[in-house]
Design a protein around this ligand. Structure first.
Ligand SMILES: CC(C)(COP(=O)(O)OP(=O)(O)OC[C@H]1O[C@@H](n2cnc3c(N)ncnc32)[C@H](O)[C@@H]1O)[C@@H](O)C(=O)NCCC(=O)NCCS
Ligand SMILES: Nc1ncnc2c1ncn2[C@@H]1O[C@H](COP(=O)(O)OP(=O)(O)OP(=O)(O)O)[C@@H](O)[C@H]1O
Length: 235
């Protein structure tokens, strides 16, 4: 028989609810793609944060009201470059934007988790999971960590950011130490992409497979007591 857990909000919990986080350009999407290939349903907060401000949406109307017309591009979409410039230089503007977008993303995330059903392994890829104090909402929290200087190089090289832009985004996020403190499993991304994928498969074998066999119980329960081969401050 399938065990169905209900949250306080009456949402049907999946078989296993995994939170995935990490600083910008740390390797989360790579880990999420591998977890998806292993059978997880991935709910991507970045993708949702775009969906909730599509042209014509209530979200975009509220962004315009809060940040002014320069937040809107000529084609009616959110001007992401302009909004990025503004909010990563101004903590008050960022709080305004977050206050509009985050509740919408959370609501949409809850809807998708419920839709995944009680038998699914759901991975929520949430860049700001630690900043928003959500770690306790998951059965397992995976944190991807990469050298901050390497992340700056990636942002500048692959995403056309200036070094200042890249550092401003990192400064708007939790520190590695804060993320480590919330981690059940720390995935250290300090080698190549294939290593990162291999590590992800090992995490699945060690943390997910046993739980699907029904051998663990409860939030943050781990049948191996956190002995993983990875540093796990929070386990
Ligand atoms: C500021 C915006 C317009 C910049 O858009 P852009 O296309 O350049 O970036 P994108 O959305 O792809 O985000 C890339 C990364 O930036 C970081 N980031 C984005 N928003 C924030 C924020 N408010 N605080 C800290 N880091 C952030 C995250 O690591 C994210 O993965 C956009 O990120 C946004 O609307 N942010 C507010 C919503 C949000 O917090 N999104 C991230 C998690 S839901
Ligand atoms: N170990 C690695 N070796 C080489 N390139 C890597 C490695 N890890 C990640 N990358 C590259 O760095 C970039 C960022 O990785 P990825 O998109 O997975 O990070 P992310 O944490 O999802 O970023 P964001 O927070 O912006 O969504 C990608 O282009 C990815 O291919």
């Amino acid at each position: 028989m399938t065990e169905v857990n209900e949250t306080e909000a009456g949402i049907v919990k999946p078989r296993l609810h995994i939170g995935l986080t990490g600083g910008i350009a740390s390797g989360k999407s790579t880990v999420a793609a591998e977890l998806s290939a292993l059978g997880a349903i991935v709910v991507d907060a970045d993708a949702l944060s775009r969906a909730v401000v599509e042209p014509g949406s209530e979200g975009l109307r509220r962004v315009r009201e809060a940040l002014g017309p320069t937040a809107i591009a000529a084609d009616g979409s959110m001007d992401r470059a302009a909004v990025g410039k503004l909010v990563f230089a101004d903590a008050e503007a960022r709080a305004l934007l977050n206050g509009i977008i985050h509740p919408l993303v959370r609501a949409e995330g809850r809807r998708l988790v419920t839709e995944a059903g009680p038998d699914a392994v759901v991975v929520q890829d949430v860049p700001l999971l630690v900043e928003s104090g959500q770690a306790g909402a998951y059965d397992l929290v995976l944190v991807v960590e990469a050298d901050p200087e390497e992340r700056v190089v990636r942002m500048v090289r692959d995403r056309g950011m200036t070094e200042d832009d890249a550092r401003a985004r990192m400064a708007a996020q939790a520190t590695d130490e804060q993320r480590r403190a919330a981690a059940d499993v720390l995935i250290v991304n300090d080698a190549g992409l294939e290593d990162l994928r291999r590590t992800t498969r090992r995490v699945w074998e060690q943390y997910v497979t046993p739980r699907l066999q029904g051998s663990t119980s409860g939030p943050h329960g781990g049948q191996d007591g956190g002995q993983t081969g990875w540093p796990t401050d929070g386990a």
